[in-house]
Design a protein around this ligand. Structure first.
Ligand code: FAD
Length: 698
């Protein structure tokens, strides 16, 4: 009895979009079969656990959001542990293991986890297991899977040493033997008892232990001659391996269809971040020429009749639907074409084994099937392995079943990365590739994430254009690839482009175009929590802006605002303003030629432009903004260091923003005659002081 109790550990998760929670649930599920008992809580449920008195090991799974912040659900917890009055031995009794989730494309990778980890260490807590940092950019599972595998051994050691410390070594032996004798658990511990040798549930092979290669050959007859693996086809060694596949996630949602008319919920009910506003699109301008590689559009919204307000530099969110054709296709595959307009009543399945099962917050309890597929579920999401595992059960063809099992198995991990993750395969692609797979609506609700509203930077000033809000975006295009024979457009940008096609203004590339057809199209928007990407409060402070491509967007708002302030306050002092802009071709995608007007009226002091693909550009002319920034090293150093100016970067996060910060580090190092490490520290201080500001996206 005592040993059973001692095998308990506390499992906390801090999640923003559900990934940390899903991973914690996986740990919770596996724990039992390894002879442990996990007491799982969301880290925000601080009334349900107490780290101050916790004696058992603690496992924390925590993601990162925003610019390196812990998830919203961890805010209170982080605030509490960051209390400066806590003594350095506050958590000296605590043993913990932490798994951080993040995305290395962002500057502060896994910072949510790192912050908590660092603070727990400062307060005397001990690691019983090395911290894992999983990167969504390359696939969380690359770290998460082995981290969970190793956790069980580490937990066992933690319990043993805890017992030894308590001078109960005899009991420790008992625990040790009880753990190793737990129901075929330790045998399977290394392989994990949640993963097992594949057994095909086909009549012919139902009783066999391990899949015979022969049966696979029969069922994959059509493709066995191929030597190259693909989404649907495997080659040795994967095709010949016994597979370790994850445990089947317990189902927990039940849907009931009602052939009754009813109102779909208002889109406002889909967001938890304040109010949504339905506003007309009053203008649409194509900013790029037809032959540009990307098409950029500027949309203007009429917000005059709303209380929606913004400052230049703010971003806001657009609630967007899934592509209607894809929704229809899904309905057809799910066998729900006739029931698209039926009301669906969503409930938690009685007796489900899923811990803490609840209807996902983004699913209304009553709405039509179409509404759920159109507005609530990210049907383009890359299916996770747990989803693939669940899809195996809905697949009748034995060859297809095997391939799905391979893709979610440990042996098929690199195939999953290559053919699912890196190919950006979505559910529809899978259902086309595996035609005997017929999932149910409840499975989609269980496994597909929330359809997220998309963020856009405001590209206007409320002083300059009262009652109007403009934004600029590139229409995202995904060309065909072997796993996806159809090309697609981005969910939101594809939808917006279609919506505004009738109002595209014929006078392209003009900021102040008026007229065009009056629009009846409306979109729903809501405010994005405030950021610090704003003009300096003191207008006399100099600023430098770097915004190639659509990254120029917020700076148009800044400049409009500054222009208006200059007109209204002729006695004010205004600091110098620099703008670095870059695009591919001067005559195809120079988004705002009117920038010259800001130069002419003195709003902009320096405009530096570069073109990366113009063949006329001499070889030694800089092609990218980061190269141009380097040319002005002395000015950058002066503005940032002597004049306490602001430096803003907006646009592509990986290639451009990192290139610009590397350039600034080199400039600081050169101009201050310090080594690179010191220069990086200075840049970190400038970031901390909110004088080096980034608004970056992929
Ligand atoms: P999605 O369908 O979401 O696809 C976008 C991404 O998903 C791709 O870039 C790719 O990484 C991946 N992807 C999905 N399917 C595939 C596939 N088949 N093949 C390859 N990759 C795939 N964007 C702007 O244009 N202008 C702005 O001013 C702007 N401001 C932003 C401000 C903030 C604070 C943030 C966070 C983002 C901002 N963005 C901006 C980005 C914007 O929110 C959207 O991400 C972007 O418009 C794409 O949305 P989408 O729904 O059209 O594309």
């Amino acid at each position: 009895m005592c040993c059973d109790l001692k095998r308990r550990f506390l499992l906390l998760y801090a999640t923003q979009k559900g990934q940390a929670k899903a991973i914690a649930e996986e740990i919770w599920q596996q724990a039992g079969t390894h002879g442990f008992e996990a007491e799982m809580h969301c880290i925000s449920e601080m009334d349900k656990y107490n780290l101050e008195t916790e004696k058992d090991p603690v496992v924390i799974v925590i993601s990162t959001t925003g610019t390196g912040d812990p998830p919203d659900t961890a805010r209170k917890f982080v605030k509490r542990i960051q209390d400066k009055t806590l003594p350095p031995d506050h958590f000296a009794h605590l043993q913990y293991g932490l798994l951080g989730l993040g995305d290395s494309e962002y500057t502060f990778f896994c910072n949510g986890g790192k912050t908590v980890d660092r603070r727990l260490q400062e307060l005397g807590a001990q690691h019983f297991y090395d911290t894992g940092l999983a990167d969504d950019c390359v696939g969380l599972e690359l770290v998460v899977d082995p981290w969970i595998d190793g956790l069980w051994l580490a937990l066992r050691d933690a319990f043993l040493s805890q017992q030894e410390k308590e001078g109960m070594s005899s009991n420790a032996d008992t625990i040790s033997s009880s753990l190793s004798a737990a129901p075929h658990d330790m045998d399977e511990l290394n392989l994990s008892s949640e993963v097992r040798n594949l057994k095909l549930e086909d009549e012919g092979v139902r009783s066999s232990n391990v899949l015979s290669q022969k049966s696979v050959d029969i069922h994959l007859a059509a493709s066995t001659r191929d030597t190259e693996p693909s989404l649907v086809h495997s080659v040795p060694p994967v095709s010949q391996s016994a597979l370790n596949i994850p445990a089947l996630p317990p189902d927990y949602i039940e849907v009931e269809f009602q052939d009754a008319h009813g109102e779909n919920p208002h889109l406002s009910s889909l967001i938890s971040e304040g109010a949504a506003f339905e506003v007309p699109v009053t203008r649409a301008v194509q900013l790029t020429r037809e032959d540009a590689i990307k098409t950029a559009l500027l949309l203007e919204l009429d917000i005059a009749d709303t209380v929606f307000d913004y400052q230049p530099g703010d971003a806001f969110c657009v609630i967007c639907p899934n592509n209607i054709i894809e929704v229809e296709e899904l309905l057809q595959i799910l066998g729900l074409s006739e029931k698209g307009d039926y009301l669906v009543c969503v409930k938690v399945k009685q007796g489900t084994k899923k811990k803490g099962a609840a209807i996902p917050q983004h699913i209304p309890e009553r709405s039509t099937v179409k509404f759920i597929l159109t507005w609530c579920l990210e049907i383009r999401a890359i299916p996770k392995k747990a989803f693939l595992r669940a899809l195996v059960e809905c697949t009748s063809d034995v060859g297809e079943k095997r391939r799905l099992q391979e893709l979610c198995s440990r042996q098929g991990a690199s195939d999953y990365t290559r053919f699912v993750r890196e190919s950006n395969v979505c559910l529809l692609d899978l259902l086309h590739a595996f035609p005997s797979c017929k999932p149910s609506l409840n499975l989609l609700i269980e496994h597909l994430p929330k359809l997220q509203a998309r963020s856009y930077s405001v590209s206007s000033s409320n002083l300059y254009q009262p009652g109007r809000l403009c934004f600029v975006f590139n229409i995202v295009e995904f060309p065909t690839c072997p796993a996806r024979p159809v090309s697609r457009k981005g969910v939101c940008t594809g939808w917006l482009a279609e919506l505004v096609a009738p109002l595209l203004h014929p006078n392209k590339n003009t900021l102040d175009a008026k007229g065009g057809r009056p629009s009846t199209e409306k979109i729903s928007i809501f405010a994005r929590p405030n950021n610090t990407f704003h003009l300096p409060a003191d207008p006399s402070v100099p600023l430098m802006m770097v915004g190639p491509g659509t990254g120029i967007s917020p700076f148009i708002g800044f400049l409009q605002h500054r222009q208006k302030l200059r007109e209204e306050h002729t006695d004010w002092e205004f600091g110098e303003t620099w703008l670095f802009f870059g695009c591919r071709h001067q005559d195809r995608d120079y988004l705002f030629r009117q920038l010259r007007c800001f130069l002419e009226n003195g709003t902009l002091t320096h405009l530096k432009v570069c073109f990366s693909r113009d063949s006329s550009t001499a070889d030694n002319t800089p092609k990218y903004v980061q190269e141009v920034v380097r040319l002005y090293a002395k000015e950058v150093a002066r503005v940032l260091l002597q004049e306490r100016g602001y430096f803003y970067v907006c646009g592509d996060k990986k290639h451009m923003a990192d290139g610009v910060s590397d350039a600034v580090v080199d400039i600081l190092s050169m101009e201050m005659e310090v080594d690179k490490l010191e220069a990086m520290k200075i840049l970190a201080m400038l970031r901390e002081a909110k004088r080096y500001l980034q608004d970056v996206w992929s």
